[in-house]
Write a protein that binds this ligand. Structure first.
Ligand SMILES: [Zn+2]
Ligand SMILES: [Zn+2]
Length: 352
């Protein structure tokens, strides 16, 4: 007989229904996970409103940031057993495109994600291939483990940028991703991290949570002038763009150009903010510095690094959590995020 479970089903766009659905059946290389907590990501909000159509279609169960406990394993699963607590790296590369041939999976042209391109973790149970799993120890709660995916995006960004001890850093955008970069960067360098945003509440969170952070509200102060001033005209070693749009704040340059202007000669800009708008650059500012611009998308096996730092207590997962809802109230959680995005970093859904 088909076993049933509860799940937050996106029945149609902008409408979640908490209802009974079949428990996923696992194949030989998969495990069945009882989900503890799941995080709501910006991508989930795009799925919710239908912006990902036709990549996503309703009805579906989103959720690609989650943690839980294995309850069943497929016949060929060797390493894991029921009772193991795990997080799931949701990335499913095609394996055959040019990027995949180079094992550069985040750049896979048809990259799929568990919870985006197939049902995910906003349900009591989810199936995942054993290759996607990372074990977590008892010192990490499911609540914190649900944040390993998003924090790994921060670790991937600092790895892409080659960030090292002693580097000074500027982070444009103090949203979820900006905070994850700050937490990852803090594990590598003790030097100043400048965080730029237009929302004081987000900057306050950063200033209270991390050591040696200088916050800049770019509505009040020109971040480029301020950073140059604070670094004696030198500029920072690395600037991260995590704003996610290319509009300039009034009387300021747009974020990517602000990053270029904030770095030292031969410095590096790492961009993460996804925007459909073109971001005009002044190539002279860029070329005179012989600067590098690189991009960072999702993560690439940084889960192990994130878990190690979380186990050691070097990360501040609670800083990212602004609210927690029982998953049966997913509709309410998503409406809150739509209505007042400025008041939230990460909202967690509790599944069990
Ligand atoms: Zn995400
Ligand atoms: Zn590929």
């Amino acid at each position: 007989m088909q076993q049933m479970m509860n799940g937050a089903v996106l029945a149609r766009y902008n409408f979640f229904e908490w209802r009974q659905v079949p428990v996923p059946r696992i194949n030989d290389s998969e495990v069945l996970i009882k989900v503890g907590y799941a995080g709501i990501c910006g991508s989930d909000q795009h799925i919710f409103t239908g912006e990902f159509h036709p990549r996503t279609k309703t009805p579906m169960i989103p959720g690609h940031e989650f943690a839980g406990t294995i309850v069943e394993t497929g016949k060929k699963v060797k390493i894991y057993k029921p009772g193991d607590r795990v997080v799931v790296d949701p990335i499913i590369p095609c394996g055959t495109c040019a990027a995949c041939e180079l094992k550069h999976y985040p750049a896979c042209t048809t990259l799929k994600l568990l919870g985006v391109d197939m049902n995910g973790g906003f349900a009591e149970y989810v199936a995942a291939d054993e290759r996607m799993l990372y074990k977590i120890g008892p010192e990490i709660s499911d609540r914190h483990a649900a944040l390993v995916e998003v924090l790994s995006i921060g670790f991937h960004a600092i790895n892409r940028a080659g960030l090292k001890q002693g580097d000074t850093v500027a982070i444009f955008g103090s949203g979820r991703i900006g905070h994850c970069i700050a937490q990852a960067a803090r594990t590598k360098t003790d030097n100043t991290i400048f965080m730029v945003d237009i929302l004081d509440n987000r900057l306050d969170i950063a200033r209270n949570a991390y050591d040696n952070i200088v916050t800049i509200n770019s509505r009040e102060i020109d971040p480029v002038d301020f950073i140059r001033d604070q670094t004696n005209g030198r500029g920072v070693d690395i600037a991260f763009e995590a704003v996610g749009h290319a509009h300039p704040v009034e009387n300021r340059v747009h974020p990517v150009r602000g990053c270029i202007k904030s770095i030292r000669g031969a410095g590096l800009v790492c961009t993460l903010g996804l925007s459909d708008d073109p971001a005009p650059l002044n190539m002279k500012e860029f070329i005179w510095k012989e600067a590098k611009i690189i991009a960072s998308r999702v993560s690439h096996g940084e889960f192990a690094e994130t878990i190690r730092h979380m186990s050691a207590g070097y990360l501040k997962p609670d800083t990212l959590i602004s609210a927690e809802y029982f998953a049966g109230r997913a509709q309410e959680a998503f409406e809150v995020l739509e209505k007042e995005p400025q008041n939230h970093l990460k909202i967690l859904l509790k599944l069990s």
